[in-house]
Design a protein around this ligand. Structure first.
Ligand code: NDP
Length: 403
């Protein structure tokens, strides 16, 4: 029925491509295009020798997603109905520009971040609202897990469980063990920029900033167990603060083990996490990019990661005049993901919702000209699709709250 162009060929792209092939009724054809074509070919070969072989017509191409004319030429040649951006957040705006020029719908999983400033916020992408509306095309922002599923969980809670949501705590727990003393589960550069930045949360209409890792809590996660978790700034807080009316507080916590934090501290102390270029033997290098080159490729962790992720939201609020608490979450098993698509659960939990978001737009259920965050659409068909495509969710009506 439709044709998609998937940009990027990393861990998340591998999952998106497998899931598009699984949902071949919608994704009859798709192209995988990235900086390194051989990585696109590897994904294609993996699909064509796996359980979703022979369903969608798959092609591959090389493209520099920083280059708008190159993107426009590729889009004009392939003529996709939608572009799924699973390259890096630095490419969001160039890909959106190319979609505008070719009048093609757009989906991504992470908000724009300038490469030379570790600061991510939606303002740059929200600036495209009028232009997308005028062009009659849809941009769906943040269709991964967090942001993505966690934002849809909020829309679902708002629609079905509360008259007023007062607080949201988003808890992202990775109970997986890859056996390395230090490695990141997705792009190391993006991951380390996120966790070394100041933390922040939304309370009473304003941001409260914290030092990195200043706020720590312990929580016992279903099917994972007790973990330390730390408050981080996270992009979905910004849009949920606008879209969940009357919200008083939104916080985001992520679990980290002691070994990860100790390594990170040392790397930070010696300057390896810096994004400021330095002169090395006559060449300018960015220490964090060099660090990325020596760390294990997140894509290679899949075969050695055991354990589960548990990601979800705890809500407090009012229903029918009474106080109510509600927890909705997904538990995902690293080894089961690897067996199905050859990626670990962090890539899997991002790639499945990216495919579902694109399918929502392609099937017309979420087709609306403009630029939207995912919680602005009807959550029900997306929630149903999560159960079908490998991310079933569970509910707890009496959860332990985070203090
Ligand atoms: P990877 O680093 O594994 O993959 C990124 C891919 O993008 C690579 O194939 C890379 O090419 C390609 N790429 C980078 N720059 C360019 C360029 N200029 N032109 C074309 N292709 C380019 O990252 P992940 O797969 O782990 O993550 C993908 C995205 O998903 C990121 O934006 C990340 O922030 C987001 N994410 C979102 C989550 C969520 O829950 N919302 C969670 C996890 C990730 P090459 O192979 O040549 O380097």
């Amino acid at each position: 029925m439709s044709r998609a162009l998937i940009i990027g060929a990393g861990g998340v792209s591998n999952v998106v491509c497998h899931k598009c092939a699984q949902n071949s009724e919608v994704f009859e054809e798709f192209m995988i295009a990235s900086r390194t074509k051989s990585k696109c070919d590897e994904i294609k070969d993996r699909i064509e020798s796996g359980i979703y072989a022979g369903r969608s017509k798959i092609t591959t191409a090389q493209v520099d997603a920083n280059n708008v004319p190159e993107l426009v030429a590729l889009i004009n040649e392939y003529k996709p109905d939608i572009v799924i951006n699973v390259a890096l957040p630095y490419q969001d705006l160039t890909i959106m520009d190319a979609c505008l020029e070719t009048k093609t719908d757009y989906v991504d999983t992470a908000n724009y971040e300038p490469e030379d400033t570790a600061k991510f916020e939606y303002k740059w992408q929200w600036d495209y609202r009028e232009r997308f509306e005028k062009a009659g095309i849809t941009a769906l922002l943040g269709s991964g897990f967090d942001p993505g599923v966690t934002s849809v969980f909020a829309a679902y809670a708002q629609k079905h469980h509360f008259d007023e949501i007062q607080t949201i705590d988003i808890l992202d727990c990775n109970g997986g063990d890859h056996g390395y003393p230090f490695a990141t589960n997705f792009n190391p550069e993006i991951n380390i920029r996120e966790v070394t930045a100041n933390g922040s949360y939304w309370e009473d209409g304003k941001w409260i900033e914290t030092e990195p890792m200043e706020i720590k809590r312990e929580y016992t996660f279903d099917q994972v167990g007790k973990k330390d978790m730390y408050l981080l700034h996270h992009e979905e807080i910004e849009s949920l603060a606008l879209n969940i009316k009357g919200i008083k507080r939104i916080r985001f916590f992520m679990t980290f083990g002691e070994s990860y934090l100790t390594h990170l501290k040392v790397l930070e102390n010696v300057g390896m996490t810096s994004i400021k270029p330095i002169d090395f033997e006559g060449k300018q290098i960015v220490p964090l990019q060099f660090l990325k080159a020596v760390l294990p490729d997140p894509g290679s962790l899949g075969s050695r990661t055991k354990g589960k992720t548990n990601i979800g939201n705890i809500f407090t609020g009012i229903k029918d005049g009474k106080e109510k608490t509600y927890y909705i979450y997904n538990v995902c098993d690293h080894e089961a993901c690897y067996k199905e698509v050859g990626s670990q659960a962090v890539s899997y939990t991002t790639g499945v919702p990216a495919m579902i978001g694109a399918a929502m737009v392609l099937t017309g259920q979420w087709k609306k000209p403009g630029v939207y965050n995912i919680e602005e659409f009807n959550p029900d068909p997306f929630m149903e699709a999560l159960n079908v495509y490998g991310l079933p969710w569970q509910e707890d009506f009496n959860p332990t709250l985070v203090d």
